[in-house]
Design a protein around this ligand. Sequence first.
Ligand code: AMP
Ligand code: GLY
Length: 416
Amino acid sequence: MRKVLVIGSGGRCDAICQKLKESDKVDMLFAAPGNPGMSRYGVSIPIKVDEIEKLVNFAKKEEIDLTIVGPEASLALGIVDAFKKEGLRIFGPTKAATMIESSKSFAKDLMKKYHIPTANYETFSDYSKALEYVKNGSFPVVLKYDGLAAGKGVVVCKDLLEADETLKDMLIDDHFGHGKVVIEEYLEGPEFSYMCFVNNDKVYPMLPAQDHKRAFDNDEGLNTGGMGAYTGLSFLTKEDEEYAYNEIMVKTAKAMVNEGVPFVGVLYGGLMKTKNGIKVIEFNARFGDPETEVVLPCLISDIYDVFCAIIDGKAPELLWDRRPTLGVVLASKGYPGDYEKGYPIFIPTFDDGYVFHMGTAIKNDTLVTAGGRVLMVVSKGYTLEEAYDNAYNMVKEIKCDNLFYRHDIGAKSLKG
Ligand code: AMP
Ligand code: GLY
C-alpha cells in the first residue's frame, strides 16, 4: 500500500493530487489541509501548512511513502529538513536552498556572481542611502522587500514621491518586518514562467506557461495571486527556451551546488523576454500557482515516478502533451481586496477539462466560496484559440452569484 501526502490547500495542490491520482503506483492520497476538490481523489487532513511537527508526526504514523510540498511557507520553515531528519521521503528544497525564493538579495547576489542575466540592482538597509540611490537613477524603478511577502513586497514606482513613500514603508515603518530592500532597474517585455525539476546540477524542464497577475482585463487593476494561465506561448521561440534552459536554469542549479546550497525540487524561473534578451525577474523554490494547473495536465508520464526519480538523482521520463492548455480563475468579487464568502457554487459534470478548487468549502452539504480565488477552469485545444473557447464555455456553465473572471487569458499569444 503506497501512501502519498501533498501539503497545501489551493489549486496547485488540487492539480498535483489530480495528477498523482492518475498514477497506478499511488494507492492512498492525503492532502494537508486539502480542500473539497482534493476530496475527489483523497483524504483531507486538518493540519495547517506551517504545523511542521504535526505533519512529521502524521507522516510517521501513517507511514507515508512520499510527501510533496506545495507552498513556500512550509519550505521556508524547513519542512524538508524536518522530514529528512526522521528518514521520511519528501520532494522539495531544504530551508537553505529555499533562500533562492525567500531572500531576494541572496537570489540577486547569486545571479550577479554567476553572470545569470537579470535586472541591475543594489541592496540597501539604510533609508537615506536608498533614497539617495533612487534620486540618482531613472524611473520607473522597482523596489523589492527582501523576504517572503506573498507577492506584495514588490512595488513598481513611477516617480520619486512614490519611491520615497515605499522606501519609508519598507525601511522605516517596517511594514513587512525589519529587512532590506533591493532596488532594481525596470525591465519591459512579456513575462513567462519556466518551471524545472531539479536535482543538484541536473535540470529537467516543464512546458513554459504564462500567468496573468493583474485582477482585470488588459492587465488592469491590482496584482493578484494570478487570474489565469496557459501553455503554448506564441512569443517564445525554441531558441528562447534553449537560452532560458542553458543560461538561466542550468547555470542557477550549478551555482547553488557551488555555493553549498544544492537545490532539489521544482525551481521556478519567473522570466521576462526583454529587447536585450531573456532575464530573470524572480526565482521561486516550488511549483507556481496558477501555472501548475495548466502545466501538469500536459504531463503524460507518471508523476509519482518523476518525483521519485528526482529525489533519487535519476533522470525522469518526461513526456508532454503539447496541445495548448488554458485556465481561467474564478475569483470572489472584490478580490484581491475584501470579499464575502459562503456563496453556493454549482459545477456541472464536464466531459472534458478540469475544475480545480482554489478556495472552496462545504457548508451544510453545499459547495460554497471560501477564498479570494475560488476555482480554476482548465481546458485543452489543438490550438490556443480552441483551448480558450473550451475553457470559457465551461466557465459559463458554472453558477455562483459572487464570482468574476478575466476574459482575456492567453491574449498575448492569441491571434487577432
Ligand atoms: P516578483 O515578486 O519579483 O516576481 O515581482 C512581481 C511582479 O513585479 C513581476 O511579475 C513583474 O511583473 C514586476 N516586476 C518585478 N521586477 C521587475 C523589474 N525589474 N522590471 C519590471 N517589472 C518587474
Ligand atoms: N504564479 C506566481 C507564483 O506562483 O508565485
